[in-house]
Design a protein around this ligand. Structure first.
Ligand code: ADP
Length: 778
């Protein structure tokens, strides 16, 4: 107790001394004794005091009670009063001062000590409580929100500073009053009334949106969080109110901006669809009229112009469609259409299209499909085709030589939510110009093209890959790319597809006659007319492909083109064909071998009795025998005439004749007989032939320099095929001669044969070129 410093205020010197002695005896430290209040007030600021022991009845100007009132105004020092009189009125005055104790004279040591001890303890507790209260007050005042506490009658018992500032109401204005009377607006908003009804009953935290009024009577939207509390067993409600005016304003602003954006989006959509309609209508006119124009008699120059017109207008249409799709994707308005589809058919269609479109380039477009790849899926056929077309289009565009290969695999076949699912992985690899690493990051952005000389000169709007990325992403898939500049690129699209569970029975075929098979997946219905037909053409020669395509197109006969026997068999596995035109000499697998395999095939693979017509440049008896022995139904000797093709289809399919053999033509005129009336087709073909033949002769000469007999054999074979189509008789003869020499490994007169071939090719080309110049003049 020696560190407790006590000041005595006592006007009786003896009493003061007695008290001092007692206190010292108890171990307290008596700092000073003052006889009156003025002395104390004068010196108190210079002293360090823990407790005042004050006589109530001081004889001087003020008594102890008045003195302590003044002390309390400035100092936080506890006081214990002593008095010789304990009359009720004095005690009442003492109590009003909230003293820490009082003691009645004469002093008793024990009582004195206990009173001081309890007084100091009470002071300590009160100080701590006060500190805690100040902390809480500080927190309440520093909060951003208005805080009020209500009693069980919804009268306000606490009101923080923020509330004061916010509502312009001091604590005095509101404490003790019902919050509704002060804050409730008489607007139509009824939420405050509801809250008031609820407040006494709320047993857990709740939030209400109310319209409270400020001092000026203006309504303020407030979000009020209400929490029940119990203080000293009494029900209290804590209300935290947040002014929502700012936020509501922001929300309204946001709504307005969104609505504006939506309106402008809709306007954009309407504008785009209008403009695209406006663009597409005349474009369709151009495309349609160009098509019709192409069907009329045109000079070769005009044909070329029409060709360019057709290509350009269809490219423009594609670009317009792409832009439309992009905007639909951007506004989330593009929806997928789920139907049964065959990925295999999509890929084959694309391969066919691009094999044809790239015929003037030295590239092969082909595909590889996993043996176990499921046949049917559920998905958006058009969008999958769009994705692949864009990638393959680029691959063909950026590849001058080599290959474009589409590989299709199914990975991770599994059940998800009771549906069979496969991850389809389609890789498009090319041997083109490739893409630099730095450009790989941007090629999927819209309107991005690899900058620099590498791609300059290639057409395109830079939309395709962006469209691919967006389309594949709405299909929940992704696209990857790897590339080595100068070597080629590999694009890979990966997406999940549901495997169609519709049962497609591969029943055993029921053979009814030689050309009609029903019941298998390769169901063949006897065609009624040419337009019902679906023809497969296996021909490796580009000129041959063009001739047969033209002839079939002329009668609106649908067809697929493949470049060898193996591909023909693969094609048969994917769909039914009514008839096959099969070139006899083709690389990889020739027509005889393919026909043999088809005839020996089992019925559940495809229709093994599909009619096959051989296309051949040979007409020897031995050849015919080989063809018939392979089970073929007809022979067409090249060069084929339009009528021959229709006749053989009719006789094979509609009349079901026995094997038909159509005879070779002998034509001397400049325009071969078969092209009479089709002169423009002939001019188109010979132009293709001229380029092709010159290339092949060049390649033969180079190969001869390296004793590369295989290449000479291959090139002379191709040359004899295309020469026979355009009826370049001498060239055909020389090519056959050279080809036979190579087949028989007779190399002695190769140089002579090559020279002859070269001369005849040059003669023929010159003749053609002169003729074309003549026509142009007319
Ligand atoms: P574009 O219409 O120009 O082809 P894309 O978005 O389809 O637009 O392609 C963007 C760019 O990516 C192309 O311009 C080209 O530079 C590059 N690119 C795409 N595919 C290939 C590819 N197979 N080989 C080389 N470059 C490619």
């Amino acid at each position: 107790m020696d560190n407790i410093k006590i000041v005595i205020v006592e006007d009786e010197a003896i009493v003061a001394m007695d008290l001092e002695q007692r206190l010292i005896g108890m171990g307290f430290h008596v700092v000073e004794i003052f006889k009156n209040g003025n002395d104390l007030l004068e010196h108190l600021s210079t002293l360090s005091v823990d407790l005042l022991l004050m006589d109530i009845n001081l004889k001087s100007d003020m008594d102890g009670i008045e003195l302590y009132k003044l002390v309390k105004e400035q100092y936080n020092i506890p006081a214990i009063f002593s008095t010789a009189y304990s009359d009720p009125s004095t005690l009442a005055r003492v109590k009003a001062l909230d003293p820490y104790g009082y003691i009645v004279k004469p002093y008793n040591d024990q009582e004195l000590f206990r009173t001081i001890d309890i007084g100091l303890y009470k002071f300590k507790l009160t100080s701590e409580l006060k500190e805690r209260e100040e902390i809480l007050q500080c927190i309440a005042d520093s909060a951003n929100d208005c805080i009020m506490m209500l009693d069980e009658n919804a009268d306000v018992i606490f009101w923080n500073q923020v509330s004061e500032a916010h509502f312009g109401l001091s604590s005095n204005d509101i404490i003790g009053k019902n919050w509704m009377d002060i804050l409730y607006t008489d607007s139509e908003d009824s939420s405050s009334v509801d809250v008031n009804k609820h407040i006494p009953k709320i047993d857990k935290n709740a939030t209400f949106d109310i319209l409270a009024k400020n001092l000026d009577g203006q309504g303020m939207p407030m979000r009020m969080s209400v929490m029940p509390a119990e203080i000293k067993g009494l029900r209290r409600t804590i209300c935290v109110m947040k002014d929502m005016s700012g936020q509501l304003k922001k929300e309204a602003e946001l709504k307005r901006t969104k609505a504006k954006a939506e309106i402008s989006d809709t306007a954009k959509q309407i504008f785009l669809s209008n403009i695209s309609h406006e663009l597409r209508t005349p474009l369709n006119g151009i495309i349609g009229m160009t098509e019709l124009l192409s069907e009329t008699q045109l000079s070769s120059e005009q044909s070329q112009y029409v060709n360019v017109l057709q290509k350009s207008s269809s490219m423009l249409l594609d670009t317009i469609n792409d832009i439309l799709d992009l905007t639909k994707l951007e506004t989330g308005k593009l929806e997928l259409e789920y139907k049964e589809l065959s990925v295999k058919s999509i890929v084959m269609k694309i391969v066919e299209q691009y094999a044809y479109e790239s015929r003037n380039k030295d590239i092969t477009v082909n595909y590889e499909i996993d043996d176990f790849f499921p046949d049917k899926f559920i998905g958006d056929e058009f969008r999958i085709q769009q994705i692949l077309s864009n990638i393959v289009d680029n691959a063909v565009k950026f590849t001058e030589k080599g290959h474009v290969t589409i590989k299709v695999e199914a990975q991770n076949i599994r059940y998800s939510y009771n549906e069979p699912l496969a991850t389809v992985c389609i890789t498009v690899a090319d041997s083109g110009i490739g893409i630099y690493q730095k450009d790989l990051e941007t090629i999927f952005d819209s309107f991005s093209q690899v900058d620099g000389s590498m791609t300059r000169g290639y057409e395109g709007a830079g939309i395709g890959l962006n469209l691919v990325k967006r389309l594949i992403s709405i299909m929940n898939g992704h696209v990857n790319v790897e590339s080595v500049p100068g070597k080629g690129s590999e694009f890979q699209v990966i997406f999940d597809l549901v495997i169609s569970t519709e049962v497609k029975k591969r029943d055993a075929a029921i053979v009814t006659d030689s050309s009609t098979i029903v019941g298998s997946s390769n169901k063949v219905v006897q065609p009624e007319s040419f337009e019902d037909l679906f023809v497969l053409v296996a021909e490796d020669n580009v000129v041959g492909q063009q001739v047969i395509s033209h002839i079939l197109n002329h009668k609106n006969i649908k067809f697929h083109l493949v470049e060898n026997g193996a591909r023909a068999i693969k094609a048969l596995e994917s769909r039914a064909y009514d008839i096959i035109f099969m070139d006899i000499e083709m690389p990889e697998m020739d027509g005889i071998e393919a026909a043999l395999q088809i005839r020996e095939s089992s019925v559940d693979r495809f229709n093994p009795l599909v009619p096959i017509v051989a296309l051949t440049g040979h007409s020897t008896e031995a050849d015919k025998e080989r063809i018939i022995a392979a089970g073929m139904d007809g022979i067409l000797i090249k060069p084929v005439r339009i009528e021959d093709v229709y006749n053989i289809i009719s006789s094979t399919l509609f009349e079901r004749d026995t094997v038909s053999v159509l005879q070779e033509n002998t034509v001397d005129a400049f325009i071969p007989e078969m092209f009479i009336g089709e002169e423009d087709l002939y001019y188109q073909l010979v132009q293709v032939f001229v380029v092709d033949a010159k290339e092949r002769v060049k390649s033969i000469v180079e190969a001869f320099g390296m004793n590369d007999w295989i290449t000479i054999e291959k090139e002379s074979h191709s040359l004899k095929g295309s020469a026979s189509y355009v009826e370049a008789v001498k060239v055909t003869e020389e090519a056959v001669e050279l080809n036979n020499m190579m087949k028989k490994n007779e190399y002695e007169y190769t140089d002579l044969a090559i020279q002859n071939l070269k001369n005849h090719v040059n003669d023929f080309c010159k003749k053609i070129e002169n003729h074309l110049v003549e026509i142009k003049k007319q």
